[in-house]
Unconditional design. Structure first.
Ligand code: UT7
Length: 325
């Protein structure tokens, strides 16, 4: 049976030039490099310059993905930007990217699912493509998460960083089997009962201010390992594939301990897990496309490889996308 598959034509990413190390942080708050490395696996993170906005990061990643895809940008009819740190409350940061790319057709909009944003955005793009709403889409995860941090709160400010990643996806006919290139299955979840475990204590409607990130880390950790494994098993069950079939696991990069625990739970050897958390920290919606681009560009992920994307974040939100690159 012939079906439309959403295939990845190209990937791109961007990291701000400024690097903040754990030792830098230990000069202003009561923390140590040892604590941060042992509990999270993070060594350093990139921080956007004062005049660098989320749209700038998004645009740089988008341009890299378009160049990698080798397409005329005018072919893009949909831009979906996952972010928790938009340039402005409105309009969507995606329309700034659209205008900067010289695109005056199609639709551009933002998606808010915090760290799961890119997995949500890619799933929406896949649905748009398979239903004929879009032919070629640009999907971006971009964050200046540093702007939401309380730099006096050592339980959160050591964890996050800024960055952006993007993919260009398009529709291609497939046979409807697991051998097809493209997205094979995608699964999204949320459960608002847990919204106070990880949230920002401000917003336009509640405080008329941006607010800061607040997190019950241990609680989030506990749910993350369970929810992520559930989302992965769902993707495997939907396709009849097993953990042994997965070539690369490209997870949201929140904490190395969570990723080690998840890989162990589903029976994936550590060498199949793409890890960027050491050098980038948690870049929220940007982390999955940043990790994907890293492993594509360094030659680990090759055409035809089975790649499992996964994320979990505030809301709680979580989900997985299984694709053949
Ligand atoms: O992307 C969205 C999803 N987010 C996540 O998945 C994050 C999930 N949570 C985590 O990654 C971990 O829970 C953290 C890394 C946030 C914390 O690690 P933990 O092993 O759960 O530590 P904890 O919160 O239980 O804190 C242990 C101790 C506490 O001291 P007491 O109360 O035992 O005296 C903290 O005050 O570590 C202390 N602590 C720190 N010490 C030095 C907390 N932050 C720091 C710090 N430096 N930066």
């Amino acid at each position: 049976m012939s079906v439309i598959r959403t295939i990845v034509l190209g990937t791109g990413s961007y990291l701000p030039a400024r690097v903040m190390t754990n030792d830098d942080l230990s000069k202003t708050i009561d923390t140590t490099d040892e604590w941060i490395v042992e509990r999270t696996g993070i060594h350093r993170r990139h921080i956007a310059a004062d005049d660098e906005l989320t749209s700038h990061l998004a645009l740089a990643a988008a341009r890299a993905a378009i160049a990698d895809a080798g397409i005329d940008p005018q072919e893009i009819d949909t831009i979906i930007l996952a972010t928790t740190t938009p340039d402005n409350t409105f309009p969507a940061t995606a329309v700034t990217v659209q205008a900067e790319l010289g695109l005056y057709h199609g639709a551009a909009f933002d998606i808010q699912a915090v760290c799961s944003g890119f997995v949500y955005a890619l799933t929406i793009a896949d649905t748009f493509i398979r239903t004929g709403q879009s032919k070629t889409a640009l999907v971006i995860g971009a964050e200046t998460f540093s702007r939401l941090l309380d730099w006096t709160d050592r339980t959160t400010c050591v964890l996050f960083g800024d960055g952006a990643g993007a993919v260009v996806v398009t529709g291609m006919e497939g046979a409807g089997t697991n051998a097809d290139r493209g997205v094979l299955t995608a699964h999204l979840h949320s459960d608002g009962r847990y919204k106070e475990k990880l949230y920002v204590d401000g917003g336009p409607s509640s405080t008329q201010s941006t607010g800061h990130v607040r997190m019950e880390g241990r609680e989030v950790f506990r749910h993350a390992v369970v929810n992520i494994a559930e989302a992965i098993n769902e993707s495997l069950a939907a396709t009849g594939l097993t953990a042994d079939d997965i070539d690369w696991f490209v997870p949201h990069q929140a904490n190395k301990r969570i990723l080690d625990g998840t890989a162990k739970r589903i029976g994936l050897p550590p060498e199949k897990v793409v890890l960027t958390v050491a050098d980038q920290g948690n870049t929220s919606a940007a982390s999955v496309p940043l990790a994907l681009d890293t492993a594509v560009k360094d030659g680990r992920i090759k055409r035809g490889d089975l790649v499992l994307l996964e994320a979990m974040g505030g809301g709680f939100t979580w989900g997985s996308v299984l694709l053949r690159y």
